[in-house]
Design a protein around this ligand. Structure first.
Ligand code: PLP
Length: 387
């Protein structure tokens, strides 16, 4: 059976050149980057050059990049770290006010659950309204920011709908109002241009496995001067912001993956756009009761979240799986659960519609032939399930 992988927002396969480079490092560099002898220096040099590469690709300074275990850790570090950071803690204590963080109900659970945790620590969390297309209102954001606002945390691209947020404008509003802006760029990184020189963002989270790098490694950009407390305490690695011996091989792989995808950003975007266009046109024409969840134009070119009226998304997923086609009916971490997507619910879909939705997400390795195969199989399965 031909296997077709269309769940690239859950994770991407690591590029062959990334695997090769990691294997070489794994075989030849083993030192602890904190050791001052030759073995340590070899390891330290590798980390330094990975940091240099990532910083330069993002338009950041090397001292502004902290390596983590992935998106979830970066987001937790940003949100909890700012809240618990000395400056913030002092400010909270002096004023006695309840400080707030502004975010949206569309965020990944890494953000929403961190915010839930911060509520138990006294934070007020304000979630912005969302329209039917899954967009926030910048005017509302501007109005909601007050002297109590510490931080605005909004994602760059939504994992379920692919919706792109106007992060440039969000950053400008935050700058003007003098509040910090954290962007969960886990889905945006490696798919759309991200230049920290241009975007007024203070913290930005990313994860290698979403852009063809290895799993279990990511990073957090922390703009110079932004102070936060570490999530876990330990050695002085990552300038004391992330104790623990660095995952040398994976950091090396992440830097290479980002370099490769950054070079191909424009061509990949165009290719994925055409694949998605063909898929959506074919399915919307071939079947009644199908529509796109999300912002028609303003979304990642690789993502198509479709509401297929009259079917259960999970049954659809299982049936596609039997044909070798991997898709998702919700966020990756929720697959296997029957809960309807919180993102789709926040956009105003009812639970039945949210459960009748399915997400296709492409990568540069997908082909026109694969899309044609989906167009052949998908309507057949839907018609059968509808009966
Ligand atoms: N944020 C977004 C938007 C995501 O899509 C994901 C992963 O699905 C994460 C955060 C968490 O990233 P990681 O899997 O690297 O912890």
């Amino acid at each position: 059976m031909t296997k077709i992988y269309l769940d690239n927002n859950a994770t991407t396969f690591p590029l062959p050149e990334v695997i090769r480079a990691m294997k070489e490092v794994q075989e030849s560099v083993f030192g602890n980057p904190s050791s001052i002898h030759w073995a340590g220096r070899e390891a330290r040099n590798l980390i330094n050059s990975a940091r240099e590469k990532i910083a330069s690709l993002l338009g950041a300074e090397e001292t502004e990049i902290v390596f983590t275990s992935g998106g979830t850790e970066s987001i937790n570090t940003a949100l909890v770290g700012i809240w618990e950071g000395r400056e913030t803690a002092d400010r909270r204590q002096e004023s006695g006010e309840r400080f707030e963080i502004i975010s949206s109900p569309l965020e990944h659970h890494a953000s929403l659950k961190s915010l839930e945790y911060l509520k138990t620590k006294g934070a007020e969390v304000v979630l912005l309204k969302v329209d039917r297309q899954g967009r926030i209102d910048l005017e509302e954001l501007g109005q909601k920011i007050s002297s109590k606002t510490l931080l605005v945390s909004l994602m760059g691209a939504n994992n379920e709908t692919g919706n792109l947020s106007p992060i440039q404008k969000i950053g400008e509003i935050c700058r003007e109002k003098k509040v910090l802006f954290h962007c969960d760029a886990v889905q945006a990184m490696g798919k759309v241009p991200l230049s920290i020189k241009k975007i007024p963002v203070d913290l930005l989270s990313f994860s290698a496995h979403k852009f063809h790098g290895p799993k279990g490694v990511g990073g957090l950009f922390i703009r110079q001067g932004v102070k936060l407390s570490p999530l876990h305490r330990g050695g002085n690695q990552e300038r004391g912001l992330r104790g623990g011996t660095e995952g040398l091989t994976m950091i090396h792989g992440m830097a290479l993956a980002l370099e490769v995808v950054s070079k191909e950003l424009e061509s990949s975007y165009g290719k994925l756009f055409l694949l998605r266009k063909r898929l959506e046109e074919g399915l919307l024409k071939g079947l009644d009761g199908v529509r796109v969840n999300g912002d028609g134009e303003g979304r990642l070119s690789n993502t198509s979240n479709l509401l297929v009226e009259g079917v259960d998304g999970e049954s659809l997923l299982f049936n596609l799986d039997l044909e070798g086609i991997a898709v998702s009916a919700g966020a990756a971490c929720e697959s296997g659960s029957l809960d309807p997507s919180h993102v789709l619910l926040a956009m105003g879909l009812n639970p039945r519609q949210a459960k009748a939705s399915i997400r296709f997400s492409f990568s540069k390795m997908n082909t026109q032939e694969e899309v044609e195969r989906v167009l052949e199989i998908f309507p057949r399965i839907v018609n059968r399930l509808r009966k």
